[in-house]
Design a protein around this ligand. Sequence first.
Ligand SMILES: [Zn+2]
Length: 298
Amino acid sequence: MIDTLDLHFLGAPRAIAAFLVRGPAGPVLIETGPGSTLPALLAGLAQRGVAPEQVQDVLVTHIHLDHAGAAGWWARQGARIHVHAIGAPHLADPSRLLLSARRIYGDQMDALWGDVLPAPVERLRPTTDGAVIEAGGLRFVAHDTPGHARHHLVYQLDDVAFVGDLGGVRRRGRPLVRLPTPPPEFDLPAWSASVARMRALSFRRIYLTHFDAVAEAAAHWDVVTELLPQYVGLVKTALEAGQDRDAILAEMTAWEGRRLAADGIPPGEWPVYASLGPAGMSVDGLLRYWQKQGQAAG
Ligand SMILES: [Zn+2]
């Protein structure tokens, strides 16, 4: 009933997924991927006999471009877009979203993400914690799960869940788990609390957008819980040692490199991991986090 669609982001397999859920009353799409992979998404749906106009409901875990960049296109097709209430205005008017993405990706923006079309407001379904979404004859429950972003939702379907980036990046067949910690909203205590809440729901299986199903959900949540303070601690220690951004970035890159090597990830695949969370972006998110902590303390 759940099909993982590989969007072949930048030509790489197992980087960005969308999920096709076939309900008794029609297909439901979880995540849209970016505009740049829309042809791959439509081809994947066509292979499974699904025409775009059959998709009446699209659920996005959050509004980052790798998850919801094509949401506007689907809204213009007439689909309802279910999205966190805080994120919804940015799908209607993506200008701020694009501005902050351009700060990270610069002149790579268009090649990476393709078109980002504004969604007609009347197609948006702003969603909050505990909301029940009836789609395709199925009942999805939305869980407010901040940490990676303030506007992040996990969608539960019976005893499985689509967890967006809350579970980080773990490509199918690879042991390595990486956590993208983007500015401006990365929040360590919020992320840890969200993981604890989801862990307590004992899902039988979780679906990571990057990439695919993880059957050992509890063990995976444990890895995320252990990793979070390592990311935060690396930057804290470096800041206390008086290092500047360049030095911290070099340290983060070296640490991630050691982890990639330790897990036996072939060097040819390292750029795929970088494309799903550039080290510079993660460092900036962590620096921003510590800056906010400092302001709160001072
Ligand atoms: Zn993502």
